[in-house]
Design a protein around this ligand. Structure first.
Ligand SMILES: Cc1cc2nc3c(=O)[nH]c(=O)nc-3n(C[C@H](O)[C@H](O)[C@H](O)COP(=O)(O)OP(=O)(O)OC[C@H]3O[C@@H](n4cnc5c(N)ncnc54)[C@H](O)[C@@H]3O)c2cc1C
Ligand code: FES
Length: 281
């Protein structure tokens, strides 16, 4: 039985943790039950999450939506997160039955190109989380065949690779690589992808990427001067998560070539790779 869970402010919900387990060293999969009024998210969207009623840390933390299921009277949200500091450490310590404050779904989403034959995902570490929801969405809602989806997943070491089980059900091929060679090929994910690039015709391919800025910057270099469509999800530090503080601003070039600062939480987090000014940080 799902306990009655009340809605507070617009877009802010109190959810109850159904499960929070360590799936890989320092990586947790949290399942949260939310009221049915929580809007169905689109791939690429995220939530701001904090412990309900606890002001330490005062600000919520942005975490991508990893999986989502809607039932008649409630819905469940899964978050896959890596412990890197105080906020994520607190989240990792929450037990079944704890209440969390969830604000969302927030931000924009990945654009879908159902006619493209090659759907390429490139993730660095926990960047696999939003791309997993996208792969799931393309399979379930857009009915793309598994054979279209190829995933390149890189991480520093094998303990930083999480979410492989789910990805292997959704994608035809998964190329795993680590910087130290402890799992898969010993290489950077962009190097592994570069070797395959010629296999994918630009007009039949779409690339989705999420990971550390250095990885995305290397991908941008690799694709510059080509006609590949590539969307990236940026991870900036966030305070409000809703466009109010400008704390997450990133330099973005619009279609006319004009550069301005845009909020990753509201104009993003997904941008065309060619629009991002990679040298500003
Ligand atoms: C849109 C979005 C979606 C995200 N999705 C996920 C996800 O699905 N799973 C996940 O594990 N993490 C995700 N992150 C990153 C996550 O928000 C941060 O790891 C988290 O806020 C760190 O909080 P903390 O208090 O534990 O660490 P802090 O003590 O605040 O910081 C610890 C370290 O992490 C770095 N850090 C903090 N915030 C970020 C950030 N936003 N981006 C990059 N580095 C950061 C800091 O520079 C510092 O080195 C996402 C971030 C954004 C913006
Ligand atoms: S985090 Fe406040 S504007 Fe984006």
């Amino acid at each position: 039985m799902v306990k009655a869970i009340s809605k507070q402010l617009k877009g802010v919900f109190i959810g109850e943790i159904r499960q929070n387990r360590e799936v890989q060293q320092d990586h947790f999969l949290m399942k949260v039950v939310l009221p049915a009024s929580f809007a169905s998210p689109y791939p690429g969207q995220f939530v701001m999450i904090k412990v309900a009623g606890l002001n330490e840390p005062f600000l919520g933390r942005p975490i991508s939506i990893y999986s989502f299921r809607r039932k008649k009277t409630f819905c469940t949200l899964e978050l896959l997160f890596r412990v890197v500091g105080k906020g994520t450490e607190i989240l990792a310590g929450l037990i079944e039955g704890s209440q969390v404050e969830i604000h969302g779904p927030l931000g924009g989403c990945f654009a879908i190109y159902p006619e493209r034959e090659n759907i390429i995902f490139i993730a660095g570490g926990i960047g696999a989380a939003p791309l997993s929801l996208l792969a799931e969405y393309l399979c379930r809602e857009v009915c793309l065949p598994k054979s279209a989806m190829i995933f390149y997943l890189g991480a520093q070491t094998k303990t930083a690779v999480a979410g492989l089980d789910k990805l292997s059900k959704l994608c035809y091929r998964i190329h795993v690589c680590t910087d130290d060679g402890t799992l898969g090929e010993k290489a950077l994910v962009t190097q592994v992808f570069q070797k395959d690039l010629k296999k994918y015709a630009p007009d039949k391919t779409v690339i989705y990427a999420c990971g550390p800025r250095a990885m995305l910057k290397a991908l941008h270099k690799l694709l510059s001067g080509t006609r590949y469509l590539c969307q990236v999800s940026l991870e900036e530090r966030m305070a409000c998560g809703t466009g109010a503080c400008m704390g997450c601003a990133a330099a973005i070039r619009d279609k006319t070539g004009k550069v301005s600062y845009q909020r990753v939480c509201s104009e993003g987090p997904v941008f065309d790779i060619q629009q991002v000014i990679w040298d500003d940080k």
